[in-house]
Design a binder for this molecule. Sequence first.
Ligand code: THG
Length: 274
Amino acid sequence: MLIVGERINTSRKVKGEPVIEAAVHSRDAGFITNLAVKQFEAGATYIDINAGTLTSGEPEALEWLTNVVMEAVDAPISFDTPNPVALELALKAYDPAKGQPLINSITAESERYEKILPFVLEYKAKVITLAMDDSGIQSDPEKRLSVARKLVQDLTAAGVKLEDIYVDPLTFPIGTGSDVAVTMLDIIEKLRAEFAGVHIIAGLSNISHGMPARKLLNQAMTILCMGKGLDAGIVDPNDRYLMALIAATESLLGLDEYCMNYISMSRGGAFEGL
Ligand code: THG
């Protein structure tokens, strides 16, 4: 599974404190460097950066984060913003030698689609598509699926390769309705059946928002989604138990030939104490 490390996000709180936002405000490069290095060492392929809570100054903050993360690790970046100005400034600062950038995200909302698509093409980026349009987010799985389908069709018609598209079915907190996880699993299953070559990604930590023992819900949801065909996740790679479960699940799903990766992780000590 492609792991996108979620920890550099100004909305994240540690013990109730907005520590990431504070570090971005004070341009504390050491703090951000540490988050990037720890996630990379734990197996994140992409490092997501999100400065969305900054009401003003998001573009400069995202540009600064881009430079700090590039300095810290040899990993490509996931640019997590709906703001085209912030996205452009960050992409301009980005060195493609770090790998193909990931634009997080585009939607079928007409204005957002038109503003973001040129960056996907110009920077030959991978792109996450959120299944929402001008009517908002549909709770009906068939309707949400049809928005996802249209995005895949429009993007491929515009010249984006299927393998560069990451469809995001949208993860709602389980506290907002007891059917939201089942709906999401249903959408993933149908997407996988319809588009064999597309990637499916989700911000899995959203599922537990507002709940106790969040990690358990995140872990369970990640495994359920993988069973339906999810092949990428915006997750906390520093949750060792989650990373171990992902490796175990890949073996069980036949995605890890001869369990080579599972065995080598075990030999390397990744499961010690679990
Ligand atoms: N889809 C896409 N992008 C996304 C999301 C998505 N980007 C943002 C978000 N959702 C994914 N990232 C996070 C980051 C942190 C948390 C949830 C989702 C989170 N963190 C805990 C908190 O703030 O309380 C802290 C957990 C910890 O200790 O690290 O909830 O759905 N495309």
